[in-house]
Design a protein around this ligand. Structure first.
Ligand code: GLC
Length: 584
């Protein structure tokens, strides 16, 4: 086995200084309000993250990505930002941030923060100023205001829907009390869209990126990176026209949609890239861009953000053929762009994969904004019968045990792939989606704006269980801000720690090995003679075999260094992955 390219050979300071650190990093997403609550107010906080640095270190991740922790009224879980250069007082202070950053860095863990450039919150001082200022003013020009249609401007400027349901335009009351202009919000009405043609917006985001980079932030996750640029020239197309011109739910492939994935957005990223490259090592960025795969490379290019999420595996069933195709295609795309690929099964927007894989095939497609962000700007994918299932299907269709077994197999496969692995807090515990949240306790705007038709994303945002007892299973001393189900206790960190075969120990082992075995960014498929079994090797590294079928499969010769479940007489059972190191 070649060890020349492994990260285990690097000292901690070499690893931290490596400009390529992100290319094969394991990045752990923290949803700060639900990670660990240090002060007992029911909401996770930055001090809570600092307290859990030893946990993250032991888990073996290279970086954490923090979902927004900025001041926010939480109209959209923090993606409605009041102030981009501060910490929400409910979560801590800038000093707490510095302390957390120092602790993470000392443990050899990089920090990626979320930047939300498409929209601010309606409590942002600029939006308040826009509302208080007259039509046509410079303050209004920072956002997207238009006169309404109809005799008295009583109709919205276009018939487009917002991602969370309901119209994309909201009418305001002018400072003199009369009904006034309309402003655009792709997401909730509390999230007014910025006008990216305004140089002041561009300047201000450069300032924000510098602010966090100077504070030691290593990289950025760019929220809705395919938004921002807009062409709202008249006549604005009707939503049915947009739907007709789209390539299914994959959106537009020619950049002609009025507000998704327009080419001009890359001018912004080219400017950001210059700023990122002023730092040593250069700051990294990953685009959250739900775009047609043929358009992803632009976001991921070295002149642009440098990396882009691919959500293809996340939207696939647990299926050998589809996994193989997705992996093959994405490695090609990544090479074309000069980036490394990204892999992800779960995040704060989608149904956890331990649930998706426990549902009947075809219904296991993720639901959340990805579904709702149907780039046609029309109805959410869920209404095509996919993301529905969780909301509409009887829960007895969920096979909990099967879901977890497959989730573990899938995760072990993902951790073997060349490129960056993005993990979401709680998946290392084998958590599944929490479906039993009463309507009265739901927080997600997609639940309310869709009038409960989609149950929204709260089920993957429930605070983590750290211990099997306590008022919030060790999350904090108070009641958690989203209710945790009784079954959470069986998944608590403390009861999985040190227990061979637990999901936590599986992740720890795999992440440790990944660091030791990691080789170049190559993958070779090995013919198995069985379409239900995938086998690939990392040249100079190790073999990964996943059995998507029903019959146990003979493993290649060598030492099994980790498997997602017990072997059956030395064979690989159904819904299981193993890593094999060939004997020298
Ligand atoms: C992204 C975030 C999601 C948020 C939306 C609007 O898709 O991941 O949580 O609701 O952007 O900011």
């Amino acid at each position: 086995m070649s060890t020349s390219a492994t990260k285990a050979n690097l000292s901690l300071s070499e690893r931290m200084a490596d400009p390529k650190w992100w290319r094969q990093a394991a990045v752990y997403q923290i949803y700060p309000r639900s990670f660990y609550d240090e002060n007992g107010d029911g909401l996770g906080d930055l001090k809570g993250i600092t307290a859990k640095v030893p946990y993250l270190k032991e888990l073996g991740v290279d970086a954490v990505w923090l979902s927004p922790f900025y001041p926010s009224a939480l109209a959209d879980g923090g993606y409605d930002v009041d102030d981009y250069r501060d910490v929400d007082p409910k979560l801590g202070t800038l000093a707490d941030f510095d302390e957390m950053a120092a602790a993470l860095h000392e443990a050899g863990i990089k920090i990626v923060v979320d930047i939300v450039p498409n929209h601010s919150s309606d409590r942002h001082e600029w939006f308040k100023e826009a509302l208080a200022s007259p039509k046509g003013s410079a303050a209004r020009d920072r956002y997207i205001f238009r006169d309404g249609k109809g005799e008295n401007g009583e109709l919205p400027p276009s018939d487009w829907d917002s991602v969370f349901g309901g119209p994309i335009w909201e009418r305001i009351t002018e400072p003199d009390g009369t009904p006034g202009q309309w402003y655009m919000h792709i997401f909730a009405k509390e999230q007014p869209d910025f006008n990216w043609e305004n140089p002041e917006i561009r300047e201000d985001f450069l300032k924000t990126l510098r602010f966090w980079s100077d504070r030691g932030v290593d990289g950025f996750r760019i929220d809705v990176a395919h938004g921002m640029a807009k062409d709202l020239s008249e006549p604005m197309p009707m939503k049915d026209d947009l739907l007709a011109r789209a390539h299914g739910t994959d959106g537009f492939i020619d950049g002609s949609h009025p507000f998704w994935d327009r080419d001009e957005v890359h001018e912004v990223y080219a400017e950001w890239r210059k700023l990122f490259n002023e730092y040593n090592p250069p700051r990294t960025a990953v685009a959250e861009a739900w775009v047609h795969e043929s358009r992803r490379a632009r976001y991921a290019s070295p002149e642009g953000l440098g990396q882009a999420f691919n959500f293809d595996l996340l939207q696939s069933d647990f299926d050998a053929e589809s996994f193989k195709q997705i992996i093959t295609d994405n490695l090609v795309h990544a090479k074309e762009s000069g980036a490394s690929s990204t892999w992800v099964f779960s995040n704060h927007d989608v149904v956890r994969h331990a649930t998706r894989y426990g549902l009947p095939k075809g219904g296991s497609v993720a639901q959340g904004t990805n579904a709702a962000q149907d780039v046609t700007g029309s109805k959410p994918k869920g209404q095509d019968g996919k993301g529905w299932l969780l909301a509409g299907a009887p829960q007895e269709e969920l096979d909990v045990e099967l879901g977890l077994r497959r989730a573990r197999a899938a995760s072990l496969l993902l951790l073997a792939l060349p490129g960056s692995a993005y993990l979401y807090q709680g998946e290392e515990l084998g958590l599944r989606e929490v479906t039993e949240i009463p309507d009265s306790e739901r927080q997600d705007p997609s639940f309310f704006r869709n009038k409960g038709v989609e149950i929204g994303r709260d089920g993957c945002r429930v605070p983590l269980p750290w211990t099997p007892e306590g008022p919030s299973f060790g999350f904090g001393a108070g009641k958690a801000h989203l209710p945790q189900p009784e079954w959470f206790k069986d998944y608590a960190v403390s009861i999985q720690e040190g227990v061979e075969g637990s999901t936590l120990e599986l992740y720890r082992k795999a992440l440790g090995l990944r660091r030791q075995l990691q080789t170049d960014e190559e993958l070779e498929w090995v013919e198995t003679g069985n379409p239900e079994v995938l086998h690939f090797s990392r040249p100079g590294g190790w073999e990964t075999v996943t059995n998507f079928g029903t019959e146990a499969f003979e493993l290649p010769a060598g030492t099994v260094v980790v498997s997602s479940g017990p072997l059956e007489d030395g064979k690989l059972p159904a819904d299981t992955t193993a890593w094999v190191v060939r004997d020298a």
